[in-house]
Design a protein. Structure first.
Length: 455
């Protein structure tokens, strides 16, 4: 609105001052041309001839019959208008002024008589015609604009008024005449807009700058709001991420307390191994959460690991705290020959656990099945982790590896808990090891995560 008023007021200011020098030149030459005359050279004689010879009739009717006075006045005015038009030389006069002063050749103009009145005593004037009044007996062209003497300008107003003259003789039985000259160019609006182009550009730049600032501010606010929400979700859900190792440790410890287990050295060794691995994993998990950007190729602590044995450990540790009646995890090796791979044990373990947990969390089947198997080609070993879960919606597939991203889909009308870091870690781990990850998913049928490990 501020910009609109500034531009509008600027337009009005330039409109008032438009054609100012040319108008002053035309006014001066026009005034000199009609000195001691009216409307145009020879116009006074025409007007006076009609008014003077009818002056006695004007006086008689004005004093005796006002209605007849008005009818007679309109007849005389109509005759004056016809005679002025027939004898007008205003067009040739203005053309000569334009040519003499080398002005724009496309100028248009309009010459009008605005009012005519007579006086019988030299003191009080009686109006015969006034352009501001309506007259039933006069041509409609006389209404509001005045008696048009010459020219073709259609729209007249203060902005294109060149001259406005009133001539009167303060003696008995004389008259008073008011007439105007308007001059303009047919492309006035376009010319003003062209002159205002810098103003328009500045206004447009201001509006675009304001819109840009608003957009940047809104975008930054949206980002901050999203980060705040993610932080809130992270803080509210962080305890869930530690449930896997903690649950495994608690279950293993309670199992150790049983008398029957204490007598079985093999089982004790197995359970203490679980506790040791999960405690170490819990410690590493704390460090991981404190710096989720720490993983890259240079920070990996690679060691030779038999991939089949690592998968078995992940499955055994997970099944200790899983509900065996609802979860089934199967593992099938490609062949009897084990495969030793250089990898970071912690990160790869975290990756496998995350993929298994996702297959169980996003699953509505009565029995949640996770099928893990390996396939081998000449140059690579592929680890498949396949679930019978709900799959990944196509609209969300491009976002699943983003940090803190969590699907908007609820499972069994319940929001799925988590930090939104599982698949982000998986992608980071794959890239850091320079492996490849392929995802095949069918909504409501399940997902197959294929990890291709070069040999």
């Amino acid at each position: 609105m501020v910009q609109y008023f500034l531009v509008y007021n600027t337009y009005e200011l330039k409109n008032d001052k438009f054609f100012l020098a040319e108008a002053a030149q035309i006014k001066g030459d026009y005034s000199n041309a009609i000195r001691n005359d009216k409307v145009f050279p020879g116009g006074q004689a025409i007007i006076d001839s009609f008014l003077n010879r009818n002056m006695s009739e004007f006086e008689r009717l004005y004093k005796s019959d006002q209605k007849q006075f008005n009818v007679f006045s309109q007849l005389v005015i109509d005759s004056i208008a016809v005679s002025l038009r027939a004898n007008s030389n205003i067009d040739s006069l203005i053309e000569a002024i334009i040519k003499q002063n080398n002005l724009e050749t496309d100028l248009i103009w309009l010459s009008t008589v605005d009012h005519i009145s007579v006086t019988f005593n030299g003191l009080q004037y009686v109006t015969l015609y006034d352009k501001s009044k309506q007259y039933e007996g006069l041509d409609s062209a006389f209404q509001n604009k005045g008696i048009v003497v010459g020219g073709s300008l259609q729209n007249t107003g203060p902005s294109n008024l060149v001259s406005n003259i009133t001539i009167s003789t303060p003696t008995a039985y004389s008259n008073r005449i008011g007439f105007s000259l308007y001059t303009d160019t047919p492309h006035r609006t376009h010319a003003i807009i062209a002159r205002m182009l810098p103003t328009f550009l500045l206004s447009l730049f201001s509006i675009l700058s304001l819109a840009t600032i608003f957009y940047i501010t809104f975008r930054n606010w949206s980002k901050q709001k999203k980060l705040a929400e993610m932080k809130s979700d992270f803080v509210n859900s962080i305890n869930h991420e530690f449930q896997t190792p903690l649950s495994a440790i608690i279950v293993a410890n309670k199992t150790l307390e049983k008398y029957q287990v204490k007598e079985n050295n093999e089982m004790v060794t197995s359970l203490t191994g679980v506790i040791s691995r999960q405690a170490e994993r819990l410690s590493d998990l704390f460090r991981q959460v404190m710096d989720i950007t720490m993983m890259n190729e240079s920070t990996l602590q690679k060691e030779p690991v038999v991939i089949e044995e690592l998968l078995k450990e992940v499955i055994d540790d997970y099944m200790i705290q899983a509900d065996n009646s609802k979860v089934q995890i199967s593992f099938k090796e490609a062949d009897a020959q084990p495969h030793t791979v250089l990898l970071d044990r912690f990160w790869v373990t975290t990756m496998f656990v995350n993929l298994i947990e996702n297959g169980i969390k996003y699953n509505t089947s009565a029995t949640k099945r996770i099928s893990i198997f390996t396939t081998e080609s000449e140059k690579a070993l592929t680890v498949h982790i396949v679930d019978n879960g709900v799959g990944i919606p196509a609209r969300e597939f491009k976002n699943i590896f983003d940090k803190f991203y969590r699907t908007t889909k609820s499972i069994e009308n319940k929001a799925v808990k988590g930090l939104g870091l599982g698949l982000y870690y998986t992608k980071q781990c794959i890239e850091a090891h320079r492996w490849q990850l392929h995802v095949d998913t069918v909504e409501k049928s399940g997902t197959d995560f294929s990890i291709v490990i070069p040999l």
